[in-house]
Design a protein around this ligand. Structure first.
Ligand code: OOG
Ligand code: NI
Length: 520
């Protein structure tokens, strides 16, 4: 009688997509473009989808969005709504490490079957108000000679922010009622699900009229563009939707050819035979016509720049060890590549990226053997044909693979790149602290790579035979405060992928009749 959460999720994602397509015509262009690219890839390289662990059905539903919240209450009520859609907080992203006054999680389905039905996810950030206040005071102090005047200005602006926060109410009464109804009933009928999605989408709606005066909007935006975006408007509009492409290099190139203002370089790892994590590109936020209320009840025309279009290509989920290697290499790339403002950045960055990432093993087999990535294990035809356990009772999964009884499929990375997320903020909002590039020559790159090889050896010592850290890092203060605001701890993505892998091993071994506990 009740609608399955996955159906509500699909309803939510499709409705939002349909609205976004009409409101942001460039998004429709993007969809058309990658639709034809995906078809070409499938034609030219049949089997691509299976090889990377995706299906055609999933590919068409494969989209993520992002919203930006202000208050813990908002995060909690949004979480309740997403839970109804079978989407749960996955992972914590601390954006303050990159100079943003916010932190985030992503709501998404966690289980394999649910991801297969519809992997829709929403990156959900929330302002970190204590950081914002501190940064605001710093910025005002820097811009003002007299400390007395600076203190007064800070107090004044902060009280304006507080009064915005007091008045803020991003949910419709019906949405809140429906949350309660769902709690009482334990589910929604089809009709209620429709109504719920409608009410939920009111919270994600684009507004042509700001919630604050033009002057205050500008003051907030001068602090951080994201603050103008969040506090300047009544509800947290979806700021982008991201479909998946099977060839992001081609998509990035085509975006440029079609005259879309694409970011300079694709974010994330380079193109690889065995893709890891995810790669993203986007076109810059558009300035859209916006009205600002004045004191006399009139409206003043202006503009707001927030919505953009993004595309991504997903690879295999990496273990903590694989992630540490990624972080180490990407850091090296940022240091070795030219500064983003340099005229040859667009050409040189991908070269530096590709060169340094030669140190990242580039086959699924190597990734598995070195515990850098996660895989599903399935019995092969041959494995299924074997009936009893006698000869296999003491073999390891690795031997079973070698003997052709088991095969592996990469587990798709379902989460976000913190660095990439920050890159998005940076390129679309210009808020982030920028890092200077060293612009090294090829010879310098070679010596850096030699040094990196040593660092990698040292790094690997910190991880066990499953690719997990020997010593787990403690949860940060920021993460604790986020968990408190949310009222729960987001799931740890590494644990989630490891659980998917383990469950598949258990099932596979059971199918092979191998009872003995084996190590992956
Ligand atoms: C969210 C950016 C994060 C991504 O793809 O990394 C994100 C934002 O701009 O609010 O969606
Ligand atoms: Ni995104």
């Amino acid at each position: 009688m009740f609608v399955h959460p996955s159906e509500i999720r699909t309803l939510l994602s499709r409705k939002k997509s349909a609205i976004y397509r009409t409101e942001v015509p460039l998004f429709q262009d993007l969809l058309d473009m990658i639709g034809s690219i995906n078809a070409t890839v499938e034609q030219e390289q049949p089997g691509t989808l299976e090889r990377i662990g995706l299906t055609k059905e999933r590919l068409t539903e494969e989209i993520h969005g992002a919203i930006r919240l202000a208050l813990p209450y908002e995060l909690q009520k949004i979480a309740e709504g997403f839970a109804i859609c079978g989407m749960y907080p996955a992972n914590y992203y601390d954006l303050t490490v990159a100079g943003m006054p916010s932190h985030a999680t992503a709501f998404r389905p966690l289980e394999r079957e649910e991801l297969a039905k519809n992997p829709y996810r929403v990156f959900t950030s929330m302002l970190k108000l204590d950081v914002l206040k501190e940064k605001m005071e710093e910025k005002i102090k820097q811009a003002t000679q007299d400390p007395q005047i600076a203190a007064e200005r800070s107090a004044e602006l902060w009280s304006k922010i507080e009064s915005i926060l007091e008045k803020r109410n991003i949910f419709t009464p019906r949405y809140l009622e429906l949350l309660d109804l769902h709690k009482q009933q334990g589910g929604f009928t089809n009709e209620q699900a429709q109504e719920f999605v409608h009410a939920f989408l009111e919270t994600f709606k684009w507004q042509r009229t700001a919630a604050v005066s033009k002057e205050l909007y500008e003051e907030l935006s001068a602090l951080y563009k994201i603050v103008g975006d969040v506090l300047g408007f009544r509800v947290p509009h979806i700021n982008h939707l991201t479909p998946v492409t099977l060839d992001i290099d081609r998509a990035h190139q085509e975006m440029k050819e079609r005259g879309m203002k694409a970011i300079k370089v694709i974010q994330g790892p380079p193109a690889r035979r065995a893709p890891v994590l995810l790669r993203q590109t986007s076109f810059r936020a558009l300035t859209e016509e916006t009205c600002f209320p004045d004191e006399n009840g009139g409206l003043i025309p202006g503009g707001h720049t927030a919505r953009f279009g993004e595309i991504e290509q997903r690879g295999v989920a990496v273990t903590p060890k694989g992630r540490a290697l990624y972080d180490l290499l990407l850091d090296a790339v940022i240091q070795a590549a030219p500064a983003e403002e340099a005229p040859h950045y667009t050409e040189r960055y991908p070269q530096v990226l590709a060169s340094i990432f030669e140190l990242y093993p580039d086959s699924y087999e190597a990734l598995r053997n070195q515990q850098l990535a996660y895989f599903y294990y399935h019995p092969t035809e041959k494995g299924r044909a074997v009936s009893t356990s006698q000869s296999m009772a003491s073999t390891s999964t690795e031997e079973l693979i070698q003997e052709g009884f088991l095969q592996t499929v990469p587990i798709t990375y379902e989460d976000f790149l913190p660095v990439s997320a920050v890159g998005i903020f940076k390129s679309n909002l210009g808020d982030m602290d920028s890092q200077q590039g060293g612009d090294y020559s090829d010879a310098q790159l070679q010596s850096i790579k030699e040094k990196l090889n040593e660092e990698i050896r040292e790094l690997y010592k910190q991880y066990d035979e499953n690719g997990n850290p020997i010593q787990e890092a403690p949860i940060s203060e920021n993460q604790r405060s986020f968990e408190q605001a949310l009222g729960q701890a987001p799931s740890n993505m590494f644990h989630a992928y490891a659980a998917l892998q383990e469950a598949s091993i258990r099932n596979a071994l059971e199918a092979l009749n191998v009872r003995k506990q084996v190590v992956a």
